[in-house]
Ligand binder design. Structure first.
Ligand code: UT7
Length: 325
């Protein structure tokens, strides 16, 4: 008997036109290209234009994913947007995206898991599809993090960028036993005891404002590799696959040193790791789908490949999914 898994039928992405280099940043804050590259691997980031909101980035990435899947908005019955930088406190950015894509039917909601948002959204869409609550889901990770940065704080403002990535997910029939395609397993975690290591110093119910990103970078760094490797191991255990079976490791792109550390601990050779942090910086919930899009578009990720996605961020939240492409 063949089983049904949720496949990622296509991916799409959108990056704002404006590129901000490290050298440009060094003119306004006490930093240098050398420090940023050495400590993070970041060389540049994209910044949303004035008036360009998270919903605009999300809708653009969503349109591209639908185009690549050969489906129209009438074929989608659920939109999930993972974001930490919604257009407004409410309604959900997903509702605004629904309007921008011209969709009157179905449902739309946001997921807030900061940098882990896309992994949480993929696991949520997988669950909705398997339970028959949706037929085809547009899953989007989109951020305009530049809007909540304190541009005088060099410990945070050099790290983030704006962008969006998306995937069309639907149930796909496996080719046969042992030939499963789609999301094979996911592992989601959080531990709210760490909320004050990475947060905004404002919000609707506390300060009636948005606030700015605050982070104890060293504390986040200290926990990141262990948390990432834990969920990756969980997913391997659940599926019976191991690191040698993996074709591509598509990690959250926060810091090249964290990615390298996780790769070494897991025993994944660097040539199997997709890196975009140099060009995109940390785009939070958009980073994993942007990296997926990059590796699919340049021909690295191909149908049938075994792909591990993972992320870790504010909350703390962390998670991983193993996907047969
Ligand atoms: O998506 C998940 C969210 N975030 C993360 O994963 C980020 C996790 N953390 C990190 O990536 C790293 O901790 C950072 C990149 C944020 C910082 O790297 P670090 O190696 O932990 O540096 P540090 O915080 O220990 O700072 C070292 C020095 C300090 O100076 P002193 O005290 O040694 O004199 C900082 O003041 O570097 C200084 N510094 C900078 N210098 C130039 C901090 N930021 C900058 C900067 N430019 N932008």
């Amino acid at each position: 008997m063949t089983e049904k898994h949720s496949i990622l039928r296509s991916v799409g992405a959108y990056l704002p036109a404006r590129i901000l280099t490290n050298d440009e940043l060094a003119k306004t804050v006490d930093t240098s290209d050398e420090w940023i590259v050495q400590r993070t691997g970041i060389r540049q980031r994209h910044i949303a234009a004035e008036g360009e909101n998270t919903s605009d980035l999300a809708a653009a990435a969503g349109r591209k994913a639908m185009e690549n899947a050969g489906v129209g908005i009438e074929d989608i019955d659920l939109i999930i947007v993972a974001t930490t930088t919604p257009d407004m406190t409410f309604p959900a950015t997903a509702a605004v995206v629904q309007q921008k894509l011209g969709m009157h039917h179905g449902a739309a909601f946001d997921i807030q898991a900061v940098c882990s948002g896309f992994v949480y959204a993929v696991a949520t869409a997988d669950s909705f599809l398997k339970n028959g609550l949706a037929r085809r889901v547009l899953v989007i990770g989109a951020e305009a993090t530049s809007r909540i940065l304190d541009w005088t704080d060099r410990t945070t403002c050099v790290l983030f960028g704006d962008g969006a990535g998306a995937a069309v997910m639907e149930l796909g029939k496996d080719a046969g036993p042992g030939e499963a395609r789609g999301v094979l397993a996911s592992s989601l975690r959080s531990d709210g005891h760490f909320w004050n290591k990475l947060y905004t110093d404002g919000g609707p119910s506390s300060t009636q404002s948005v606030g700015h990103v605050r982070m104890e970078g060293k504390e986040v760094f200290k926990h990141a590799v262990g948390m990432i490797t834990d969920v990756v191991h969980n997913v391997f255990e659940a599926t019976g696959y191991g690191v040698d079976d993996l074709d591509w490791f598509v990690p959250h792109q926060a810091n090249k040193r964290i990615i390298d550390g996780a790769g070494v601990k897991l025993g994944i050779p660097p040539e199997k790791v997709v890196i975009t942090v140099d060009r995109h910086a940390n785009t939070s919930a958009a980073s994993v789908p942007l990296a997926l899009y990059t590796a699919v578009a340049d021909g690295r990720i191909k149908r049938g490949d075994l792909v591990m996605i993972e992320a870790m961020g504010g909350g703390f939240t962390w998670g991983a999914s193993l996907i047969r492409w």
